[in-house]
Design a protein around this ligand. Structure first.
Ligand code: GDP
Length: 396
């Protein structure tokens, strides 16, 4: 059996174990390193072999696209990661970095439970960092921080351990100030500030593929001094091998981001204004895969063969081929033609259904748009997604 087939089978197994699922987004100000980090994670999880492979994978995909009817969608990927003897299914949704795409960022946040905020160590928190943190918190999505481009502090700016530590501390304080400012009047969001001690902050270099966190430093015995020495001596490959970025970040994801069972009871009341006392509300809170189907569409993509692909989060029930589902705001029902997941950026159709707690790629929902609620019973749709980075029009 091919490697890809094995990974797909593993993902299919994990789909039924919500405690081992993490739905996450990576969000950053433009150029802070989101794309480079995403490639790292995919390579680390074995989805692409190494540097440059992402491009090769895409080309391979185009070749067999006709045969298998797959889609390239770099925005959505699923991968697996072993942490503390348990394999995890990590569904990663990319978010556009540019301010103009604020709406898309928020939509992506609706599908996930954790947001990895990437901040450039040299530039620090920027306006778009603030926007993405705000969007995450509004959606009840838990943040964690990755401070990127730390190689530049060492090799370019020639900072020593104290200076470097100070700079990292400043970035963390700035991000926490944003988080505190945005959560103080929310009564249902915990203290979601990030900290090195809690293990919710990691830092490193996406370009040179090394990263550290307090737990990783404790595990490897690496100190700030060791890192500086290796980076200065241009021994980046050694640094990567000793403390690979993808392991450090994916461990942080597995350990600190909530699973759907933990997240949905908190998130559903935030994003859905329907009657809390109904079976449907309970099914969504409990991530009930036997419940009514509730699928929130966060993105519509185009496949030259399969047509429109609706990507989104299954909050309740199991979405399956052949189901006739209501689409909010439209009359009648649409029939699900196929369901699948995204594997290393390619859509993979599955014979089975996709249960609650997962991200699904669905065809056949011809009336759905980004933001639609798709369900097996008529229901109050999810809150419309606020495009908070767009200007507010005030009445004169
Ligand atoms: P995005 O816009 O957030 O997706 O950022 P990219 O991943 O495209 O990175 C923007 C630029 O920063 C590219 O030229 C990368 O090579 C560079 N870059 C990304 N990560 C690092 C890093 O850790 N160190 C250094 N020195 N450059 C980096």
């Amino acid at each position: 059996m091919g490697r890809r087939k094995k990974i797909v089978q593993e993902c299919e197994k994990l789909m039924d174990k919500p405690e081992q699922i993490r739905n996450i987004a990576i969000a950053a100000h433009v150029d802070h390193g989101k794309t480079t980090l995403t490639d790292n994670l995919l390579a680390g999880a074995g989805m692409i072999a190494d540097e440059g492979e992402a491009t090769r994978l895409m080309m391979d995909t185009e070749e067999d696209e006709q045969e298998r009817g797959i889609t390239i969608d770099a925005a959505n990927v699923s991968m697996t990661h072993e942490y503390e003897d348990n394999n995890h299914l990590i569904n990663l949704i990319d978010t556009p970095g540019h301010v103009d795409f604020g709406g898309d960022v928020t939509r992506a946040m609706r599908a996930v439970d954790g947001a990895l905020v990437v901040v450039d160590a040299v530039e620090g928190a920027m306006p778009q960092t603030e926007t993405v943190v705000r969007q995450a918190l509004r959606e009840g999505v838990k943040p964690a921080l990755f401070i990127n481009k730390v190689d530049r502090l060492i090799s370019e700016l020639q900072e020593g351990p104290e200076e470097m530590q100070q700079r990292l501390t400043d970035v963390i304080s700035d991000v926490n100030e944003l988080i505190r400012g945005m959560t103080e009047d929310m009564d249902d969001v915990d203290d979601w500030t990030v900290s090195v001690e809690d293990g919710t902050v990691a830092f490193g270099s996406a370009l040179y593929k090394w990263g550290v966190s307090l737990p990783s430093m404790q595990a490897t015995g690496m100190s700030f001094g060791d890192i500086i020495e290796l980076e200065r001596a241009d021994k980046r490959q050694e640094l990567h091998e000793k403390t690979p970025l993808s392991d450090v970040v994916l461990d942080m994801v597995a350990e600190h981001f909530p699973d759907p069972l933990d997240a949905q009871p908190r998130r559903i009341p935030r994003v859905w204004r329907g009657d809390d006392d109904t079976d449907l509300a309970k099914q969504m809170r409990e991530v009930d895969d036997d419940g009514e189907v509730v699928f929130m569409v966060t993105d519509i993509g185009m496949d030259p063969h399969a047509g429109e692909i609706a990507t989104g989060r299954v909050f309740s029930g199991t979405i399956k081929k052949g189901q006739e589902l209501y689409v909010s705001g439209t009359a009648g029902k649409n029939r699900v033609q196929s369901v699948g997941i995204f594997m290393g950026g390619e859509r993979e159709e599955l014979d089975r259904g996709v249960p609650a707690g997962n991200i699904a790629a669905v065809t056949g929902l011809r009336d759905a748009i980004a933001g639609s609620t798709v369900s097996s019973v008529e229901m109050t749709p999810f809150e419309s997604i606020e495009h908070i980075s767009e200007p507010v029009i005030t009445k004169s």
